[in-house]
Design a protein around this ligand. Structure first.
Ligand SMILES: [Zn+2]
Length: 277
């Protein structure tokens, strides 16, 4: 199976999971229909289904338009607020598309009905993938809009955290650099955070995505996956992992973006010019 990473909007990702033998495809978080239709055409694949992680429009705005183009299209998700929804899924429900298998993982917190999707192909040596939406990001996690720290703890440690370590993590947004800057504040001496941040900056310089990571990696640099580590507990002043999660999220919400760089000489000169009588 091949996962095509598609950058859309400000920093969102949509994905196309392609079964190479049959050229059937499943889209994940189809936010921009026009873009997806172009790619489907270019790749010569048939869109069979859409998996939607949650109802926020930057994850599902394209559903209706895609359903109009594909009358038999099935749209999966766990929330009635998701446009063109045909199949409401529940925790641990398994779906099958040819040789591609999907296990739906209920991960409420960012929204009350958020779903992650664990995907693998039969008889295929490729590592499985998890489409984690706005629950798990590379180096971070989604905001708790409709849930609690207790739920996010369960999502990250008990549901996603128990998937195979080699699982590739495809998340909903490119937030890796700001996430890792916060991670470095939490664990300033962490070589894992420093190395991943340097790598992410190099990717950014080349305008390349930082997805996927692996689940195993996340345990080394993602503070929200490290709430049982002494260093993270010390930073938050708490020891109970749910309380650590809660404090971390509040601190991340308030974490200031670094100040913009001062203007270069050209801009300063221009401003002088503007002020010249
Ligand atoms: Zn969202």
């Amino acid at each position: 199976m091949r996962v095509k990473v598609i950058s859309v909007l400000e920093d969102n990702y949509m994905y196309l999971v392609i079964e190479e033998n049959t050229k059937d495809a499943i889209a994940v978080d189809a936010a921009v229909s026009k873009r997806l239709l172009e790619i489907i055409k270019r790749e010569g694949v048939t869109l069979k289904a859409i998996l939607t992680t949650h109802h926020h429009l930057d994850h599902c705005r394209g559903n209706e338009e895609l359903a109009r183009h594909h009358p038999d299209l099935r749209v999966y998700g766990a929330d009635k607020r998701i446009g063109a929804l045909t199949n409401k899924v529940s925790h641990n429900e398994e779906l099958k598309f040819g040789h591609i298998n999907v296990r739906c993982l209920f991960t409420p917190c960012h929204t009350a009905t958020h779903m992650c999707y664990f995907v693998w192909e039969d008889d295929c040596p490729d590592a499985p993938a998890v489409f984690s939406g706005d629950t798990l990001f590379i180096g971070g996690c989604g905001r708790f809009f409709e849930g609690t720290a207790d739920q996010m703890y369960k999502n990250l440690m008990q549901i996603l955290g128990t998937l195979p370590k080699e699982t590739k993590v495809f998340c909903g947004h490119e937030h890796t650099i700001p996430n890792l800057k916060f991670a470095l504040k939490v664990e300033p001496d962490s070589e894992a955070v420093k190395a991943k941040l340097a790598w992410a900056k190099a990717r950014d310089d080349e305008d390349l995505p930082t997805v996927p990571s692996t689940l195993g990696e996340e345990f080394y640099y993602n503070p929200f996956m490290r709430v049982t580590e002494e260093s993270v507990q010390k930073f938050t002043g708490k020891t109970d992992p749910v309380e650590v999660m809660d404090v971390l999220r509040t601190m991340k919400d308030n974490f200031k973006k670094p100040k913009e760089r001062p203007p270069g000489p050209a801009l300063v000169a221009l401003e002088w010019g503007l002020f010249r009588p």
